[in-house]
Design a protein around this ligand. Sequence first.
Ligand SMILES: *Cc1c(COP(=O)(O)O)cnc(C)c1O
Length: 360
Amino acid sequence: MSNHSYQGVIHRYKKYLPVSDRTPIVTLLEGNTPLIFSPKISNILGKNFRVYLKYEGLNPTGSFKDRGMTVAVSKAKEEGQCAIVCASTGNTSASASAYAARAGIKCIVVIPSGAIALGKLAQALIHNAKVIAIDGNFDDALSIVRELSLNYPVRLVNSLNPHRIEGQKTAAFEVVDTLGEAPLFHSLPVGNAGNITAYWKGYKEYYSYSKINRLPIMLGFQAKGASPIVKGKPIKKPKTIATAIRIGNPASWQMAVKAKEESGGIIDAVTDKEIIYAYKFLSREEGIFVEPASAASVAGLFKIRKEGYFDRFIKDFDKIVIVCTLTGHGLKDPQLAVSKVKSPKIIKPTIKEVAKETRL
Ligand SMILES: *Cc1c(COP(=O)(O)O)cnc(C)c1O
């Protein structure tokens, strides 16, 4: 194999991860995702802004969850586990089932019935996971699998598993390795809050290794109807169109608050309307199709820009670099996409009719 061929996040960042030569690496070559400059979002924010999009939808199963799963599944295999389990709003189960298939171990996923995007359900099923739908929400599913993993020989691979956070922190490393420095701000959606925890850990580690000489300010965005951290209390029945962040009692709540406080950042909420606006903006204006939850990071930027949040930074910095994590691919939920736009009109099959309709 040539020195240039990419071998996944464990191989690339081995020295920062809890692995050894004895760890059997289970990888689908996750990570190494593009950091795409967004001229249009930069322009909307203002002339000194440089906004980059970390497009995590291009991971093997279509979300950032693969970064954590390669580490969690490799460690489970190293420790001789024959089965893994997770609760999921969709992407964790898609990722767990693919990595379990690759590792040759059993995968059990517990999902809230009727609340999973079709693409994600299809992934878990086709990778041959044992899928259990419960008549409850994500928070109920998580408490069940937590208990299950304490009482049965099965490894929990939700982000409560510290190996997940370890793997996910590699996204922060990649951002720095690409930009050559930390951005001034890092914006991302917040659901169970594992990812904001992981990015913050990654940036802090790179700082401690003197790879960067300052840390970014973290900007986390929940959906308004599922914003326990913003409200300061768990939400019994979280509601939002963005199913990946429809979480009422985040597992990494305290860590997210710590990331916000230590970085001098914010955790705020955006409405479904703001999320859908950003979702459409990304696909129409930048050619990047993400799932609604992912668009919360961009929706949040638009919102706080309008509120004047960046004003004092504009005075102090001549260049404001922002990285936005786009957590998952839009093809996960094609039904939602189609429901948000006009259906194609059916016309007579003639050149004249087509030319007329398309105003050529
Ligand atoms: C899991 C997920 C999130 C939320 O990440 P947390 O670590 O739970 O905060 C956001 N977007 C997508 C697409 C996800 O799959």
